[in-house]
Design a binder for this molecule. Sequence first.
Ligand SMILES: Nc1ncnc2c1ncn2[C@@H]1O[C@H](COP(=O)(O)OP(=O)(O)O)[C@@H](O)[C@H]1O
Ligand SMILES: [Mg+2]
Length: 221
Amino acid sequence: MIQVLSVSKRYEDGYYGLRDVTFKVEAGQFVFLTGESGAGKSTVLRMIYRAERPTSGTVLVDGVDTAAAHGNSLTALRRKIGMVFQDYMLLFDRSVAENVALPLIVRGVDKRAAAGQVDSCLERVGLSGYQNRVCCSLSGGEKQRVALARALISKPDIILADEPTGNLDLSNGEKIVEVLRDANRGGSTVFMATHDLYLVQSTRLPFVRLRGGRKVEEGNF
Ligand SMILES: Nc1ncnc2c1ncn2[C@@H]1O[C@H](COP(=O)(O)OP(=O)(O)O)[C@@H](O)[C@H]1O
Ligand SMILES: [Mg+2]
């Protein structure tokens, strides 16, 4: 389903964020992308979402080259994916409910039906009662959970989660992984970036490990 083939990324300043990285994530899997800060995790996820393009190599999602996606094919790619950005990318002056409903509204779901799904999604991420809070007033951990709820609400084929537990304490972080595992059991393929190797080890799920932009390990603990 997701194939990353000999991908390198050279940034404008000449720095290589990724070098010759190859791996795949099969449909229905839950796979971690791990490695220390600066290893290249966010770069990989942004290329799958087509927020960036590789300098060389290819990223395929269901056989479609993400770098070539534009117009309708880019919309189709993005609609397959629920993305939790490391920096949340919320509409900070809007309410929690408006942010979480957004993927449904752009798909033409009416507001009342969307509101019901927002309520259940917020409950899943532990934010019941947060509907009318304005996002800019929330803590980092709360924003992170709003971003997760927004990624889950459309029941996407693929969930890309970039450090979704990065601002949470251990027990809330474990709860978020449990929410993602539920989504995975419900049929979504999950690819989650985390620097937290202990978290990866504790779940025993498959992982790909990067260091300095290179893949250094993959497998299961
Ligand atoms: N726009 C950019 N320009 C230059 N270097 C970048 C840019 N984005 C990321 N990098 C560099 O690429 C490397 C990988 O970054 P990133 O993918 O964000 O790592 P991670 O998510 O694993 O912490 C880092 O050294 C980072 O500084
Ligand atoms: Mg990152």
